[in-house]
Write a protein that binds this ligand. Structure first.
Ligand SMILES: Nc1ncnc2c1ncn2[C@@H]1O[C@H](COP(=O)(O)OP(=O)(O)OP(=O)(O)O)[C@@H](O)[C@H]1O
Ligand SMILES: [Mg+2]
Length: 247
């Protein structure tokens, strides 16, 4: 399964005669986000960060330091108030709302601490919904969702509602939903925050496995054990982003 995804991803990223892909999956230059107010909140101060394709980085920092603000910018859920954000070599400021939505749907996967699953839909339906923008064919959506659930070892629970799943299983459904469209970039905001250490370890194994197929992974975490498994760590303190380990 993983090797099938790798082939698809590499093919999609293959250079064409019209474009040469950037070395960087993500490149921030002086990128900042200030929320308006009295006084304004400088949630992310001008930050530089280059993340290579296939890298795996952890973002660590205390509550309120700007981690989710950074992730929202990276995931095109928000726009910087200063500086530039290049995603796979494209200046995101040049993208229309429609293009941003398409990139979010096709190229970026999100995993959140609180899973964000629809409670009245089965695991399979939750994952299949992420394919709505990809194909109008219900059977194709179900097949892709089923394959993604197999990848996270949840085939036996695919018809269960999230309410009867364990926390670890819910997060694996959320990861299946994030990977069903074979994203290039996976953004995780405290993915193990609601899990015990055993389930957290299996989620970490899964993220590592995905990273090994070529997906660029950025994980926000409070947990030093989670950060230790990434290739690189950056910290955020009061909106200041600092590299901890050299790229
Ligand atoms: N929409 C907003 N408007 C104004 N201020 C905001 C907004 N969103 C976040 N903030 C503020 O920006 C700062 C950074 O918030 P952010 O959510 O990025 O922190 P965080 O590091 O993710 O915290 P946590 O670990 O608690 O999730 C905080 O001071 C927060 O109160
Ligand atoms: Mg946060």
């Amino acid at each position: 399964m993983i090797s099938r995804l790798r082939t698809r991803r590499l093919r999609r990223n293959a250079p064409t005669s019209e474009s040469t892909p950037s070395k960087w999956a993500v490149e921030l230059s002086g990128c900042a986000r200030t929320y308006p107010g009295v006084p304004p909140v400088e949630a992310l101060r001008p930050a530089n960060l280059s993340v290579a394709h296939g890298d795996y980085i952890a973002v660590v920092g205390p509550s309120g330091s700007g981690k989710s603000t950074l992730l929202n910018l990276l995931g095109l859920l928000d726009r910087p108030t200063a500086g530039t954000y290049q995603l796979a070599g494209h200046n995101t400021a040049d993208l229309s709302e429609r293009e941003r939505t398409a990139i979010r749907g096709h190229r970026i996967g999100f995993v959140f601490q609180s899973f964000h699953l629809l409670p009245h839909r089965t695991a399979l339906e939750n994952v299949a919904l992420a394919q709505l923008y990809v194909t109008p064919r219900r059977a194709a959506r179900s097949a892709a969702a089923s394959a993604a659930l197999q990848q996270v070892s949840l085939t036996h629970r695919q018809h269960a509602l999230p309410t009867v799943l364990s926390g670890g299983e819910r997060q694996r459904v959320a990861i299946a939903r994030a990977l069903v469209n074979t994203p290039d970039l996976l953004l995780c905001d405290e993915p193990t925050g609601n899990l015990d250490s055993t389930n957290a370890a299996s989620v970490m194994d899964l993220l590592e496995e995905l990273n090994a197929t070529g997906v660029t992974v950025i994980v926000i975490t409070h947990d030093p054990a989670v950060a230790a498994r990434a290739h690189r760590s950056v910290t955020i303190l009061d909106g200041h982003l600092t590299e901890v380990t050299a790229p």
